[in-house]
Design a protein around this ligand. Structure first.
Ligand SMILES: C[S@@+](CC[C@H](N)C(=O)[O-])C[C@H]1O[C@@H](n2cnc3c(N)ncnc32)[C@H](O)[C@@H]1O
Length: 285
């Protein structure tokens, strides 16, 4: 009875005075436009302004390369790393003020994410693209032993991307060639040397399928790295925005019965607390 009366009075007043109808759980209420104009304007946050969320499973996915108001790395750079991935790693494995190193910085995604999150960061690359990246070959990193809190690395996955003409570019070696893993093992040993015991590195790597030949780059690299590091987790990162994500490639994949690469591996590895692993340093002298 009471409810019917409320609805009736609402209906009547709607015809008499202009206003905006706002629905509540039990009744319809009218607000004059003048009152609404006084209310604070709450702007809806755009998706790209949000921080990524902390991933809780071993399947990581994020719709865009970057997030937030300022770009992280350069999304036009072929081989740029998804920024949410580095954000997730530093949230879990570092504290503000910790030192993070990226030995293959490319367009600098690690630098941008770390600076915004209050981490110290050093970025190297064989062919620096920006002034805050230091020119260096990842097989010899100019840092002291046991001095770094986290390393992130997104290495070449083989010779599929033309990063530079530099003769020492690891991306000049095919992932079908054993030498590729041998050179990446040298990088692994440098990362091992500079990391503090118990600290973590994240290594992003993808497999290859070229000319009807599949190469399990992730497994072959993992075989090398796990000789020195303990495994924390192996993550699948959904691949978005790669050049083969087009109608014609999906058509070819069905017609000629092959698969497009849908994910990359993120190998999360920890340097053991106690040095129990026998590292054959002499091999690389
Ligand atoms: C996949 S990209 C890195 C992408 C980067 N994380 C980003 O977000 O832009 C790989 C990088 O490895 C670098 N690189 C190749 N060989 C190297 C070496 N021997 N030492 C250091 N950097 C090297 C290339 O120049 C390239 O920038």
């Amino acid at each position: 009875m009471k409810r019917a009366k409320t609805e009736k009075s609402t209906k009547n007043s709607k015809t008499k005075q202009p206003g905006v109808v706002r629905e509540t759980s039990s009744t319809l209420t009218l607000f004059p436009e003048a009152e609404i104009a006084k209310l604070p304007v709450v702007e809806k946050k755009k998706e790209e302004d949000e921080k990524p969320s902390l991933e809780t499973t071993t399947l990581w996915d994020f719709p865009t390369q970057s997030y937030g108001k300022t770009p992280k790395g350069n999304n036009k750079f072929q081989g740029v790393t998804p920024a949410f991935l580095i954000w997730n790693l530093i949230q879990r494995y570092t504290q503000p003020g910790d030192l993070v190193v990226d030995p293959l910085s490319g367009s600098g995604t690690t630098i941008d994410v770390c600076k915004e999150e209050g981490r110290e960061v050093i970025g190297y690359d064989l062919t620096p693209m920006r002034p805050d990246v230091i020119q260096n070959d990842a097989r010899k990193i100019p840092l002291a032993d046991n001095s770094v809190d986290m390393v992130f690395i997104d290495s070449p996955y083989g010779d599929n991307v033309d990063y530079s003409d530099h003769p020492d570019d690891i991306g000049k070696i095919s992932c079908e060639d054993e030498r590729f893993y041998h050179e990446l093992e040298k990088v692994t040993l440098e990362i091992y040397r500079i990391l503090k015991p118990g600290k973590v590195m994240g290594w992003l790597i993808g497999d290859q399928w070229v000319k009807k030949t599949f190469t399990p780059v992730g497994f072959r690299l993992y075989d090398r790295i796990s000789r020195y590091f303990e495994t924390v987790e192996l993550i699948c990162v959904a691949r978005r925005g790669q050049s083969s994500n087009t109608g014609v490639w999906h058509y070819r994949a069905k017609k000629f019965n092959f698969y497009l690469r849908g994910f990359k591996y993120l190998l999360i590895m920890r340097k053991p607390e106690a040095t129990v692993t026998k590292v054959k340093w002499a091999k690389y002298k």
